[in-house]
Structure formats: structure tokens, C-alpha cells
Design a binder for this molecule. Sequence first.
Ligand code: HEM
Ligand code: HEM
Length: 160
Amino acid sequence: MAPTSYSRIQIVLHWTVAALVLFQVFAHDGIVAAWTGRMDGTLVNEPTPNAHVIAGVLIFVLVAWRLVLRLGRGVPALPADEPQALKVVAKGTHALFYVLLLAMPLSGAAAWFLGIEAPALAHSAARFVLIPLLVLHVLAALAQHFWFRTDVLRRMLGLA
Ligand code: HEM
Ligand code: HEM
């Protein structure tokens, strides 16, 4: 049986990961400069301490934890009267988030710690999937709340 609400820890993890992902997407100038320097030879090709790396590793750990909770405890069902096509989009979006938020730290780490370019290219390109997905996800959450008037946003805020 699916639970009727998210647990406190699932909610805290959702918003912590959301904040960290926004940081990764908006504040990556430092890592790009460090990486470009390593690749064009103006810096030694060695990993150095970097906030993007720390935040990214943290995302990997917290998302893995979320996945364990999701598989063990489960998540509340989507609104019963939601059209089947929208349910497929919602489930697909959530699944793709999990894939990206585990794969991006792995590709980033492969580039950063091994000093090789191929995974960095994949890592950088992944943002063209991640960012539209984030926009879709936020618009869907707002539409659920203001248009369809469901409790989907309130339950992720711990209010339902
Ligand atoms: C889910 C977690 C992560 C997200 C969302 C993320 C996102 C990003 C974004 C948006 C960029 C800028 C790409 C560009 O402008 O070309 C970037 C660059 C980079 N990130 Fe991450 N990152 C994550 C985790 C990590 C981790 C864990 C590492 C290393 C251990 C890492 C290493 C790098 C490197 C080396 C670059 C520079 C690549 C380049 O400029 O081609 N990232 N990341
Ligand atoms: C920025 C990075 C974000 C990521 C990576 C993300 C990811 C996810 C994932 C994977 C789920 C599925 C539930 C789970 O497995 O825990 C989810 C649910 C949800 N997210 Fe986000 N989210 C982000 C930001 C946001 C923001 C900014 C909002 C609000 C505007 C939001 C609103 C929601 C809501 C309302 C749900 C519940 C959906 C339901 O109960 O069916 N998320 N999110």
C-alpha cells in the first residue's frame, strides 16, 4: 500500500537536494574555470578543493538515500483523477531526475578525479536535459496547486 503522505525526512531531503541542484546549475563558474585551466594546460591537471565537487558528491549521497526510502517506504499516489498521460509524464520526470542526479555526479567525478575530458563533455551536455526537466517539474507543481487544486504541492511542503 502506498503511504498517504511523504515522511519528514523525505520532505527535508527533497528540498535540500533542490537547493543543492539550483546551486550546481547557477554557480558553476569556479569549476568551469578550474576545469578549463586544467584542460588547456594553464593549471596543473590535478583535482583541487572545490564547492561544486562537494555539493555534487553530497547530492549523490542524498539522492541515493532518497531512492532507498522511495523503494522501501514508497511515495504517495498521484491524484486519482489525473489523466493517465499526465501520470506517465510525472513518473517519467521523477525517474529521469533520479538517473540524472546519480549519473551527473559520477560523470563529473570521473572527469575531475581522473583528469579526462570525455566524461566532462557528457556532464556538461546533461544540463540541457536537467534544466528543461526542472522547469517542467516546477511548472507542474504550480499547476497542480493553482490550476488543478490538488494537495500535491502541500504534501511536499509537509502541510497535507
Ligand atoms: C547532480 C550534481 C551535479 C550537477 C547538477 C552539476 C552540474 C554542472 C553544470 C551545470 C556545469 C556547467 C557545465 C558547463 O557550463 O559547461 C558543471 C560543470 C562541471 N562539473 Fe558538475 N554537476 C554536478 C556534480 C559534479 C561533481 C560531483 C563533480 C566532480 C566530482 C562535477 C564536476 C564538474 C566539472 C569538472 C565541470 C566542468 C566541466 C566543463 O566545463 O566541461 N560536477 N556541472
Ligand atoms: C530543483 C531541483 C528539484 C529536483 C531535483 C526535484 C525532484 C523531485 C523528485 C525526484 C520528486 C519525486 C518524489 C520523490 O521521489 O521524492 C519530486 C516531487 C515533488 N517536487 Fe520536486 N524537485 C526539485 C524542485 C522542486 C521545486 C522548486 C518545487 C516547487 C515548486 C518542487 C515540487 C515538488 C512537488 C510538489 C513534488 C511532489 C509530487 C508528488 O507528490 O507526486 N520540486 N521532486
